[in-house]
Design a protein around this ligand. Structure first.
Ligand code: C5P
Length: 395
């Protein structure tokens, strides 16, 4: 994502979280320029902000050299979005009333871009009628808000006023900056394995790493889609700009997918366990006196792909399944297309090192035939697949 954010860092203890925010944005390809208010510089140093943004930090309205290099008007317009984090009661009051007596408030008045506020203050201050009035006014003027969260505060009190966590702020920023052919399209992606409990400490599962599904979720989000990733347990971090619901069992995965209907497309990449134990012991099963081995009775799990593809008028317009096979790839893929009522089956041969590896070689089967891709990295597979999905959803 090739975008720019102007981040105004106000004076609050939460300012340290803004450093992490800059790092997360950089990871998502968003460049940050920062204004550090005088109060903000009591909490974080201009040097750390400059090191993380890789840019000069702006902090004084009346610096003549800044006005020559980049005036406050230009500064407020050169970004795609203005973000205020932490947004203190003072900054909210200035912005709501149109004051312009320092660089931060002048920029907020001069900008022609959307402004996203991440408030951070003591719970009593947040609940004060004056602050609530200012927030209501700013919302009326078109401002966006993320947080504040409820929780323990640096001052020892408890309640609403904690600044939203950096990944939540980053998510809200990326949602605003999104554009591309899939803007406005909601896509469910399932990824990773499921685990099916035998007892509180043991389970049945499989070797899926989640890499391919996560890469597809990220690639679809990059094209502007509202991606709802339903993920089994994996050791991957959330892809930026994607909403993630973490689940364990197939039943939980199905439930989370159904909650996301209606959707424009569903891409089922998860390696859902085919079976689960018919009962789950609520206590750890102990070895018997004679070391007797417990006999597991397995029952079939719901087929999430088939259920979504047969959801009647709630069926997503495009339903994509995957088929990981070790033999007769084409034959099995075609059989699955019909049996599960999906539009495409993306088939791959997992007899080699595909599971857990970084590369994949896939073929898309549909009722119109087969489209074979050469072997490439899972991220490139994801990018090309996302483009094929965009072609269908924008047709
Ligand atoms: O039948 P098989 O497991 O090979 O089918 C694979 C496809 O079906 C994948 O897209 C997988 O995500 C999906 N699937 C599912 N729920 C299951 C089993 C498979 O969604 N219980």
């Amino acid at each position: 994502m090739n975008k720019n954010v102007l981040l105004i860092i106000g004076g609050g203890i939460a300012a340290y979280k803004s450093l992490e925010l800059i790092r997360l944005l950089a990871k998502a390809g968003v460049k940050t320029r920062a204004i550090l208010t005088k109060a903000g510089s009591e909490f974080v140093t201009p040097l750390s902000v400059a090191a993380l943004t890789g840019e000069k930090v702006y902090d004084d309205l009346f610096s003549l050299t800044d006005e020559v290099e980049m005036g406050h008007i230009e500064l407020s317009r050169s970004a795609d979005l203005v973000v205020v984090a932490p947004a203190t009661a003072d900054l909210l009051a200035k912005a709501a009333n149109g004051l312009a007596n320092d660089l931060a408030s002048t920029t907020l008045l001069a900008t022609d871009k959307k402004v996203l506020y991440a408030p951070a203050m003591n719970v009593r201050m947040w609940e004060h009628a004056a602050v609530q009035r200012n927030v209501a006014q700013l919302k009326k003027d078109g401002a966006l808000f993320v947080g504040p969260d409820e929780g323990e505060m640096a001052c020892g009190e408890f309640g609403f006023g904690r600044m939203a966590e950096p990944d939540a702020i980053c998510g809200a920023i990326l949602a605003q900056l999104k554009n591309g052919p899939l803007l406005g399209k909601k896509i469910i992606v399932t990824a990773g394995p499921t685990i099916e409990a035998i007892d509180p400490v043991r389970y049945l599962s499989n070797k899926s790493s989640g890499k391919q599904g996560y890469a597809i979720a990220a690639a679809l989000a990059n094209l502007g889609a509202d991606v709802q990733l339903v993920s089994g347990p994996v050791s991957l971090s959330n892809p930026s700009g994607v909403t993630v619901t973490r689940v364990e069992s197939a039943a939980e995965m199905l439930n989370a997918c159904e909650k996301n209907l209606p959707a424009d497309a569903a891409v089922c990449v998860a390696a859902v366990a085919d079976w689960r134990p018919d009962t789950q012991a609520d206590k750890k099963i102990k070895k018997g006196a004679n070391n007797n081995v417990p006999q597991l009775k397995l029952i079939e799990n719901p087929d999430i792909l088939a259920i979504l593809a047969k959801a009647g008028n709630r069926r997503p317009r495009l339903v994509v399944g995957f088929a990981a096979e070790t033999e007769k790839v084409e034959e099995h893929a075609k059989a699955k297309l019909t049996k599960k009522n999906c539009d495409w089956i993306v088939a791959n041969d997992v007899s080699g090192d595909v599971m857990g590896g970084d590369e994949n070689e896939v073929t898309i089967y549909s009722k119109n035939g087969a489209q074979k891709f050469t072997r490439m990295g899972k991220e490139e597979v994801a990018r090309q697949l996302a483009q094929e999905i965009a072609k269908v959803l924008t047709a």
